[in-house]
Design a protein around this ligand. Structure first.
Ligand SMILES: NC(=O)c1ccc[n+]([C@@H]2O[C@H](COP(=O)([O-])OP(=O)(O)OC[C@H]3O[C@@H](n4cnc5c(N)ncnc54)[C@H](OP(=O)(O)O)[C@@H]3O)[C@@H](O)[C@H]2O)c1
Length: 417
């Protein structure tokens, strides 16, 4: 079977197609013929070596590169059909259309193993892409919304409001009766999406002075609840926007680091860390079932922004890292890419891949390799018009290289991640 293997931590290019034997399900496991695999944001960080592939969340905060778990096949969420069951598994699962966590890895593959206890039947009203898009993001968004005790009249701030978890949080906050939902996102398309999902105010937090716009949107009151999946300097700014007694939920570090709230500020807030919002396997299971039910009845809408074929997993990772994706990103394993979900423009794809390679080199505290620099120069020279089609306003990794300069200068945002 074909899998996407990640031999070592590195830029998206380390993801490559390989042949592996189809695994055999062990006790209490099933074998799934995978139709779609979802990409989690954190998998791009594991691949890049920013977050250890295994280990505690504390380790995730401190360790830069964890090589021990490599090589590995990433992928914790798959949708497909059960084709074989292992010992001690109810045989009636065979042939069922399911969505499942693999238990951590192995999902970017034509066949994946999953523990029986992590299987969910896909409701008839949902297709496989929607179900797998919801599996992790749905349970996370519901757990966060519950932990935040969202209620009528709340002023709520959501980072990456057009992303997988963020797009669901916007909908849940509106459904809870929030008075003001502020969606933070980078770029026009994302702002439009967050607005279409129900955000009252949408603010581009890649623009300087965005904090002022949040004060204005909340009539100088600040927010009661802030969901922060970005951390770092953005997290710091967000904490300062939370009203006294408000709830701050740091649930991710897309910037590369969490923001450690200083004790004098922490006294004024209720800080609700991610580890406290999940209470155990029974709750996690119930949350997934609930997310599937809510989507089946049309009360929440998973947003699938783009679907890449399995063999283009590297491009998918590059696009996510370059912050070009909307909603959830999926890998189509055997069905091809459905119409309307085609991957990004080819020029963007080349650009994202090079951008990610330079970001990785900078994170690893070394110069981009000569092959990255040489390819950048060559492509910039051969296809200047290709890159001229790209949207304005975002740094191109080719700019420095094409001009013979250091690539580091062309990636201002990468240095802070
Ligand atoms: N999915 C889950 O089940 C789950 C579970 C636990 C924790 N989390 C955490 O929740 C956060 C959101 O997860 P997600 O899977 O829904 O991802 P996502 O929001 O679809 O993608 C991450 C988003 O973070 C934003 N971002 C801000 N700074 C960034 C940077 N330096 N590099 C790349 N992206 C940056 C980008 O949106 P903008 O361009 O709009 O800023 C990007 O689209 C992540 O931190 C993730 O680790 C997710």
């Amino acid at each position: 079977m074909r899998v996407v293997i990640c031999e070592r931590p590195g830029p998206p290019g380390v993801l490559r197609i390989a042949e592996r034997p189809v695994p055999k399900p062990g006790p209490r496991e099933v074998l799934i013929e995978v139709a779609y695999a979802a990409i989690a944001f954190v998998e791009t960080q594991v691949r890049a070596g920013v977050v250890p592939a295994r280990g505690s969340s504390e380790a995730a905060r401190t360790s830069k590169v964890a090589q021990a778990a490599f090589p590995l096949v990433l992928g914790n969420a798959v949708a497909g059909t059960v084709v074989k069951v292992g010992p001690e598994v109810d045989p009636r699962w065979t042939g069922e259309r399911v969505v499942a966590s693999t238990g951590g890895s192995g999902g970017y593959a034509e066949y994946a193993l999953a523990p029986e206890k992590l299987l969910h039947l896909i409701p008839a009203e949902l297709d496989a892409p929607k179900a797998v898009a919801l599996l992790a993001d749905g349970r996370t968004a519901l757990a966060l919304a519950r932990a935040a005790r969202l209620k009528q009249g709340d002023r709520v701030l959501i980072t990456a409001a057009a992303g997988g978890v963020g797009s669901l949080l916007v909908q849940l906050a509106r459904a809870a009766g929030a008075a003001i939902v502020v969606g933070l996102a980078g770029g026009e398309k994302k702002l439009e999406l967050a607005r279409s999902l129900g955000a009252h105010a949408v603010i581009d937090y890649r623009r300087p002075g965005w904090e002022r716009a949040v004060w204005d949107a909340t009539r100088e009151l600040g927010v009661d609840v802030a969901f922060d999946g970005v951390g770092g300097a953005t997290g710091q700014a967000i904490v300062n926007l939370v009203a006294k007694g408000g709830r701050y939920l740091p649930h991710g570090m897309a910037s590369g680091e969490f923001y450690d709230v200083p004790p004098e500020k922490a006294r004024d807030l209720e800080i609700i860390p991610l580890r406290s919002v999940f209470t155990g396997p029974d709750q996690t299971r119930a949350l997934v079932e609930e997310a599937l039910r809510l989507a089946a009845s049309g009360r929440i809408r998973p947003v699938i922004g783009q679907v890449f074929p399995l063999e283009r997993a590297a491009e998918a990772h590059a696009a996510i890292e370059a912050r070009r994706t909307l909603g959830k990103t999926l890998l189509a394993v055997r069905t091809g890419v459905p119409p309307g979900n085609s991957p990004l423009h080819p020029a963007q794809t080349v650009r994202d891949t090079l951008h990610s390679a330079t970001r990785f080199a900078i994170r690893a505290n070394r110069e981009p390799t000569s092959s990255v620099t040489a390819s950048s120069r060559l492509i910039a020279h051969l296809f200047p018009r290709l890159f001229a089609q790209l949207p304005q306003g975002s740094a191109s990794p080719l700019r420095g290289a094409g001009a013979g300069g250091r690539i580091r200068q062309s990636c201002p945002d990468a240095a802070s991640t």
